[in-house]
Design a protein around this ligand. Structure first.
Ligand SMILES: NC(=O)c1ccc[n+]([C@@H]2O[C@H](COP(=O)([O-])OP(=O)(O)OC[C@H]3O[C@@H](n4cnc5c(N)ncnc54)[C@H](O)[C@@H]3O)[C@@H](O)[C@H]2O)c1
Length: 252
């Protein structure tokens, strides 16, 4: 299936997890992809690697301009870069709070702002942002992360309406638990006195193929990549201003 033949795509956070799986899937479907990450990328054959820090305004200005130049325009932006830092809310430093907001929420804004003129010049402009089930359903120890993801959802709604007459679509994906760098490193970001009983409502009801390093059932990142491909293609042409939850029924 080559639904994305010749579509020009920029994926952020392409070095790991969902961003990486998405890059591979979009390439498989015929897209031309610039794969961006804050860390070096050299194992995504077929894509053009780009080092870009989404939280840094200058890095984004240079990086997005170079992606548009390389691709000769832009049809699809996938804002998958993100971090999860967690702690008890009463112990959360302003530094942690600001860092999470800077990468997840401000990073999504900065990259989108820089990409918008090219996306609006395209006949197939789509922005796919990464929210999370934590934007709508309670997750413990993650107040900064949840707030950033709620912000991304609201940002995406605004974008969808503001540019609807120009044909631009904007959609958030809200994954539940998906195998990635973030979920695999949970042992390093959970508080030492974590109360796992608070996570009971976050378990998927469908069977999954993977577990995290702390043993929770999670889906593979390719389950999300396939949905991004659908949204990026004309199969998603009447979908905008909404979130798509991919969580194995966690919050059913
Ligand atoms: N994995 C899950 O269960 C889950 C659930 C809900 C939402 N999400 C969201 O999905 C997206 C992808 O995350 P993932 O789970 O694949 O994690 P991941 O850690 O595997 O991948 C995130 C990537 O973002 C990159 N990144 C981090 N800071 C960056 C910056 N400043 N500039 C550019 N790149 C940066 C990292 O280097 C990494 O390659 C994130 O927005 C995350 O919040 C993931």
């Amino acid at each position: 299936m080559e639904r994305l033949r010749d579509r020009r795509v920029l994926v952020t956070g392409a070095g790991s997890g969902i961003g990486r799986a998405t890059t591979l899937r979009l390439l498989e479907e015929g897209a031309q992809v610039v794969a961006a990450d804050v860390k070096g990328l050299d194992d995504l054959p077929g894509s053009v690697p780009l080092t870009m820090d989404v939280a840094d305004e200058d890095s984004v200005a240079t990086g997005v301009a170079s992606a548009i130049d390389t691709l000769g325009g832009l049809d699809v932006l996938v804002n998958a870069a993100g971090i999860l830092l967690a702690s008890h809310t009463h112990e959360t430093s302003l530094e942690l709070w600001n860092r999470v907001l800077a990468v997840n929420l401000t990073g999504t804004f900065l990259v989108t702002r820089a990409a918008l003129p090219a996306l609006l010049a395209s006949e197939h402009g789509v922005v796919v942002n990464f929210s999370s089930t934590s934007a709508s359903f309670a997750h413990p120890y993650m107040a900064a992360y949840c707030a950033s993801k709620g912000g991304i959802q609201a940002f995406t709604h605004s974008l969808a309406l503001e540019y609807s007459k120009q044909g631009l679509r904007a959609v958030s994906i809200a994954p539940g638990s998906v195998k990635s760098g973030i979920t695999d490193s949970a042992a390093s970001w959970l508080p030492r006195d974590v109360d796992f009983s608070l996570f009971g409502r976050l378990l998927p009801i469908l069977p999954t193929d993977h577990t995290t390093e702390v043993g929770n059932p999670v889906a593979g990142p390719e389950t999300v990549a396939g949905v991004v491909a659908m949204l990026a293609s004309d199969d998603g042409k009447f979908i905008t201003g909404t979130e798509i939850r991919i969580d194995g029924g966690t919050h059913t």
